[in-house]
Structures are given as C-alpha cells and as structure tokens.
Design a protein around this ligand. Structure first.
Ligand code: GRG
Length: 297
C-alpha cells in the first residue's frame, strides 16, 4: 500500500497513518498499567509528530526488498525510544521545556515523577516489542542490540551528557558535530539499520544505509538549528529561539546561517551518494534527504 504512493507527501501520510495505528495498539496496556501512566505515555507518543525515525525504518526495509509489515514493530520501537528521550529531555533537570509536539510537555500535564516513569516505561516497552514481535529470533536479537547500543551510554545518552556538560575544546565545531552524531545521528542510523535487518539485507547494504544515516543526521541537526533561528513556533510545535537564549553551541552560531545552509546542502548530496549500492530502490530515501534539508518543521 505505501509502496504505491507516488509522491513523498503521499508516502509520508500513509506511513504515518499506519505507524500511528500500530503505536496506539502497542499502547493499549490493559488494567495492570495504572491509568495515569498509560495516559502520560499516550499523551507524548500519540501527539502529532513527523515520525521520521519509523518512516526511515520502513523506507530502509523497502529499499532492501523487505516486507514492511515485518518491520512495523521495529518502526514503533524506535519511535517509543525517541519519545522517551524527548520526555526526559524536556524535564526541568534537563532542557526544562513546556511545549512539545504542539502539546504541553509530559511533566507539565502529569508532573515530573509521572513523566520520568512514562519515559522509563516507553524505553522498556520498546525492547519488549522488538524481542517479542520481530521474527526470526536471531533478527530480533540483532535489532535489540542495535537499538540498545544507539540509545545507550556511548551514543544517545553520551550525546545528551556531553550536551549538558560539554567541557573545554579548541575545536568547537568538532565538539558540536560529536554531540549531534550521538544525540541525533545515533537513532537515525539505528532506524535505517533496523529496516535493513528486518529485510534480511546483507552487510554492504546495511552499512551503506548507516553511512547515509550519519550524514542525514547531521543535515537534520543543522536544519533543526536553523529552524530554531528562523522557524515558526506554531508549525514546529515547540519553542524557538531557545538555543541562542541559553548560549548553546549551534551550527548557525558557529558558522553563520549561509555557511550552515551550504554545509547541509553538501552533506545531503554526500548522503545520497552513499546509497549507490542500493540504487534504484533507494530513490525514496534520496527524496527524504532533500525533504529534511528543505523542511519547515
Ligand atoms: C534524555 C537520553 C536523553 C536524550 C535526549 C531528544 C534529545 C536527547 C534531546 C532533544 C533536543 C534535541 C535538539 C535533540 C536532537 C534530536 C531532535 C532534533 C529531536 C527532535 O526530533 P523531531 O524533530 O521531533 O523528529 P518529532 O516530535 O517530530 O518526533
């Protein structure tokens, strides 16, 4: 069904519809889950979002000739890990935000303790879904290891820790890139690798997708920084201008707006080049890289 979509917009709309339905089903937790906890999890996960990471899982699976239905549990697992990281990032102890995905942040509605627990529960639920619903078991184990490494102490959490306390460095651009390779890039790369694993792809195609993902992650972050400078709060569903207010390291802050745009454009071309081993099945991933470069939300 998604494969027949003619434009990227149509693909995104149909993929989002299917992903949202699967996420909602995975968050029907039954009477053993306290009602407020279930509500807090659903409040953050089922808010309107781009679903970039699960779409990457599905597109990578498609580019490797796999069956999308077999990758849907992995797509949902990545989105649950991503949402947990957003809930925790928004807490007063971290970025202290009150708006996310167009809604008040989880802790603003349910309190800090319940928001922490909602994040914890989403992280655990993600790995339960991977271990239980990805087949065969050997693929499930590789998916679990790949996502756990990406979300763990050397990747996502490492990037967040360095962002909180960056330390001193003469090369601030290198430091910024290292933070974002882990904070943003790790989950994007893992999404692509999970899609390849679910399709039973060989290492060459999986590694080509990961190489594309590393560059896509950097493009995504540069455009994120640019949107913080000149984006619309309403379209983004989160506050803008925060980075500068907090004196954060950003690409436009270090390079200027024009050079940041040039860098993002060059990285988009490089990302697309990495897809050569998959051509022509990777056309949609190329279109996606251009969408990330040109996005307004
Ligand atoms: C708490 C371990 C831990 C990590 C937090 C997610 C995160 C790391 C920080 C949020 C701030 C930030 C700029 C992260 C970089 C990744 C990013 C741009 C996340 C937002 O993702 P989108 O734009 O959001 O895909 P939606 O809502 O569309 O899913």
């Amino acid at each position: 069904m998604i494969q027949t979509a003619e434009t990227l917009e149509q693909y995104f709309a149909e993929a989002r519809r299917q992903i949202d339905a699967a996420l909602s089903a995975y968050l029907e937790l039954g009477p053993d889950c306290p009602q407020l906890l279930a509500e807090a999890m659903r409040h953050s996960v089922l808010a309107p979002a781009k679903r970039l990471r699960p779409v990457l899982v599905l597109m990578a699976c498609e580019a490797c000739g796999g069956d999308l239905a077999r990758a849907m549990p992995a797509a949902c697992a990545v989105e649950l890990v991503h949402t947990y990281s957003l809930i925790h990032d928004d807490l007063p102890a971290m970025d202290d935000d009150d708006l996310r995905r167009g809604r008040p942040t989880c802790h603003k509605v349910y309190g800090e303790a319940m928001a922490i627990l909602a994040g914890d529960a989403l992280l655990a639920r993600a790995f339960e879904i991977l271990a239980r619903d990805i087949e065969p078991a050997q693929t499930a184990a590789r998916c679990v290891a790949t996502l756990a490494e990406a979300a763990g102490p050397t990747r996502l959490v490492a990037g967040q820790a360095d962002d909180l306390q960056p330390g001193e460095s003469d090369d601030r651009l290198k430091l910024l890139e290292a933070i974002h390779a882990r904070k943003t890039g790790a989950l994007l790369c893992a999404s692509l690798e999970l899609g390849a694993l679910c399709a039973g792809a060989d290492d060459a195609r999986r590694l080509a997708l990961a190489a594309y993902g590393r560059r896509l992650g950097m493009v995504f972050q540069i455009t994120d920084d640019l949107l913080d400078v000149r984006g619309e709060e309403q379209a983004l569903g989160k506050r803008v201008g925060k980075d500068a207010d907090r004196g954060k390291l950003t690409f436009p802050g270090l390079l200027g707006v024009e050079a940041s745009l040039q860098e993002a454009t060059a990285l988009t071309a490089e990302a697309c080049e990495q897809l050569a081993p998959l051509a022509p099945a990777a056309e949609r991933l190329k279109a996606l890289a251009h969408y990330v470069l040109e996005r307004d939300r």
